[in-house]
Design a protein around this ligand. Structure first.
Ligand SMILES: NC(=O)c1ccc[n+]([C@@H]2O[C@H](COP(=O)([O-])OP(=O)(O)OC[C@H]3O[C@@H](n4cnc5c(N)ncnc54)[C@H](OP(=O)(O)O)[C@@H]3O)[C@@H](O)[C@H]2O)c1
Length: 295
């Protein structure tokens, strides 16, 4: 990687994103710059100041407002980093919209899809071209992102799809939710499953286009599963939290991927959990009764 590097994390004012920024700030060099981004100016500014004051912080940390649903802003930030710094070394697309168990998944679908999917497509399209050789472009997905979690009728939409085709599939899903035809078409009520499958498929699509070039320069594009993490988003969904990691624990394996030199070809383009690739075709559709997920 370059002597002076730039890293950027989305949705980083709390939760896993913030732990990723803290880890990058601790493990990168004083010449490096870590951009802590989020949608709210106050929360971003406060978080950046707090991380900057941590005893272990070595790199510079700056807060930047980036609402990932503003795809023009995503494009502008990528262009600015290219113009001002010649590109970016680490991009972690992490943001997620928080939906509680008591809320209607259908009513929150637009925001959820915008934050997780439309934004991911914009980040892949905008930051892919400005990623410096040896860089890392990671999308935080989930082990729910393997294709087998979808109803078999829907899998062809994402299997071997191009990024345009993934975008089309996501908009078809959104349209089916609006038209109330989603369930008869096989889409689960629980938004997180199609959303994560689509994120993993989008990464696979971009990776397929640039694999040879990236492997030659030690560049890694991948989706990642952090495992179960105790955060404000996940806590309301689980009664037993004994197995959950702290955000800092969950960030550790992701930071190893970011900061280890060279790219392992077996990980390139894959969904990675604790340093190992998950089989894209694994998984079974979750059981839902009356739209309620049965764990
Ligand atoms: N927690 C788990 O067990 C778990 C498991 C598997 C995968 N993951 C994945 O890990 C990632 C992080 O999740 P988390 O549990 O750390 O969630 P979290 O603590 O709720 O953090 C989500 C972050 O996303 C931000 N965000 C929401 N909407 C945004 C927008 N429009 N633009 C920019 N930022 C926005 C939030 O900002 P505000 O503070 O302003 O709301 C917050 O900083 C997600 O992709 C999630 O799906 C989590």
């Amino acid at each position: 990687m370059n002597a002076s590097r730039i890293a950027l994390v989305t949705g980083a004012n709390q939760g896993l994103g913030r732990a990723l920024v803290e880890g990058l700030a601790a493990r990168m060099s004083p010449d490096d710059l870590v951009l802590l981004t989020g949608r709210n100016h106050r929360r971003v500014t406060d978080a950046a100041h707090e991380v900057g004051r941590l005893p272990g912080t070595r790199a510079r940390v700056e807060g930047r407002v980036l609402d990932v649903t503003d795809t023009d802003a995503v494009t502008r930030l990528a262009e600015d980093l290219h113009a001002g710094h010649g590109g970016v070394d680490v991009v972690i697309s992490n943001a997620v919209a928080r939906v509680g168990p008591e809320e209607s998944q259908a009513e929150r679908a637009d925001e959820f899809i915008d934050v997780s999917n439309t934004a991911t497509h914009a980040i892949l399209r905008s930051f892919g071209p400005v990623l410096r050789p040896g860089g890392r472009l990671l999308v935080v997905a989930s082990s729910l992102g393997t294709l087998g979690h979808l109803d078999p009728r829907l899998r062809h939409l994402f299997d071997g799809a191009t990024l345009d085709q993934v975008e089309y599939a996501v908009e078809s899903w959104r349209g089916a939710i609006h038209n109330r035809t989603a369930q008869e078409a096989g889409w689960p009520v629980w938004l997180n499953v199609p959303s994560k499958v689509a994120q993993v498929a989008a990464v696979r699509a971009l990776a397929a286009e640039r694999r040879a070039r990236d492997l030659a320069t030690g560049t890694l594009i991948a989706s990642v599963c952090p495992g179960m993490v105790d955060t404000a988003t996940s806590r309301p969904w689980f009664s037993d939290y004994s197995q959950a990691q702290s955000p800092a624990q969950a960030a550790a394996a992701l930071l190893d991927l970011v900061l280890t030199e060279g790219a392992d070809p077996t990980l390139y383009g894959e969904l990675i959990r604790f340093g190992k690739p998950l089989d894209w075709h694994d998984g079974t559709p979750p059981v839902e009764q009356d739209g309620i997920l049965t764990p």
